[in-house]
Design a protein around this ligand. Structure first.
Ligand code: SAM
Length: 379
């Protein structure tokens, strides 16, 4: 058994914890941005294949105190053999470092010391060194220095799990896929609940929901997990996990239950292209509509509205955006009685323009932007 660390964006730790537990994995610690679970390699493969909320699954390998930069090189070179994750020195790699509240402050030097130690281990074993590739590396090593304690881990995922591969068309400010999935989870959405996005942009909420409705997991056709390159990769075990996922995929409900609206034709076009790529377009109904002009909810059965409205700063002028928030509130009150509405707000001034009382306010981060995921019961 090993300990693995699934990581995500700030604010999604609880959603990630529920998700990891639902995979029959033993959670031993959960924080705001990460969940530690104990498992064999099958569990690590499963988390990589199934997680909608994690951005990476890490294998922590080393911890030690460091007060001088040489402590990093000396500990790494002596205490752990990093070459055992490489079949040959032909793999490309990068080191990602973070440093907080420590005597050593320079994050680049911290990264360099780990890189030097790994390269020297490779020289010793193969007389050759692997190349660094910061754009598309096959292996990523993380070194974190916090209060003079170093922890080193290896990404078992490779590229971010958030990149599902369906986003071929973008609009301005799309949500990252794992964030949309995490927000749906925090909202308590499940495929039996009708879902409406009144400002769908490139359709991330809609597509993540539709994938869940068909029981399609993000990783099943993701071919480049870093662990597949480890010499200890258990191919049969991995295939069993993939087969279990493929066996569970369904056609989804007969009645469409997911609706998207947007004022911009190019947003709907982007949603359509992305949803077709994800093979879920048949579950989504799209209509071009200004939120102010919506005439009725698309179904009589109350469900959930999710909205990621423009934030004001980047996209439009603040006064116009305030009007958009007022229009949104008007439409919710007039046409969505009995529904729950969840709004992602990156700007308190704009959400107060709604003049609705939030029943829940969850702190989440869209990239570096602190946001609130606000729940309103429309009654
Ligand atoms: C921040 S983007 C949504 C991004 C989306 N969540 C995604 O992941 O791609 C906001 C969207 O609101 C739409 N929008 C702005 N004003 C609107 C209005 N009055 N009615 C409907 N949609 C509007 C924009 O066209 C844009 O697509």
């Amino acid at each position: 058994m090993a300990k693995f660390l699934a990581v995500t964006s700030r604010g999604l730790g609880q959603a990630l914890k529920s998700e990891i537990e639902s995979m029959d994995l033993k959670v031993i610690d959960a924080k705001d941005t990460s969940v530690t679970f104990e498992s064999n390699w099958a569990g690590c493969y499963r988390a990589n294949l199934r997680s909608r909320v994690a951005t990476r699954v890490l294998l922590p390998v080393l911890e030690f105190p460091a007060y001088q930069t040489d402590d990093i090189y000396n500990n790494v070179i002596k205490k752990h053999d990093f070459t055992k994750y490489m079949k040959s020195p032909d793999v490309t790699f990068m080191v990602d470092a973070s440093v907080k509240e420590s005597k050593i402050r320079d994050q680049r030097i911290v990264a360099m010391k780990l890189k030097d130690a790994i390269v020297d281990q490779c020289y010793k074993k193969w007389d050759r060194r692997p190349d660094v590739d910061t754009k598309n590396p096959e292996m990523v090593f993380f070194i974190k220095l916090f209060k003079n304690q170093v922890s080193v881990s290896i990404s078992t995922s490779g590229a971010s799990l958030s990149q599902r591969g369906y986003r071929i068309s973008r609009t301005e400010a799309p949500l990252r896929e794992h964030l949309a999935a995490g927000l749906l989870s925090l909202a308590g959405w499940n495929p039996s609940i009708p879902l409406v996005d009144l400002m769908c942009g490139s359709g991330t909420f809609l597509i993540e929901a539709a994938l869940q409705s068909k029981n399609i997991y993000p990783g099943a056709d993701h071919e480049k997990f870093a662990f597949q390159k480890f010499p200890i990769f258990e191919k049969d075990v991995f295939q069993t996990e993939v087969d279990a996922i493929l066996d569970g995929e369904t056609e989804g409900p007969e009645e469409p239950m997911i609706w998207g609206y947007d004022i911009a034709g190019k947003s709907l076009q982007a949603t359509r292209e992305n949803a077709e790529r994800a093979e879920v377009m048949e579950l989504i109904t799209l209509t071009r509509k200004n939120v102010a002009l919506l005439e009725a909810a698309p179904t009589d059965k109350p469900g959930m509205v999710v909205v990621n409205p423009p934030y004001g700063e980047r996209l439009n002028d603040p006064e116009t955006v305030k009007d958009t928030y007022r229009d949104l509130a008007y439409t919710l009150k007039r046409h969505f009685k009995g529904w729950d509405a969840w709004i992602l707000s990156g700007n308190p001034e704009l959400s107060s323009a709604l003049r609705l009382k939030a029943e829940k306010r969850l702190q989440v981060y869209n990239g570096n932007l602190e946001c609130r995921w606000l729940k309103y019961q429309i009654r």
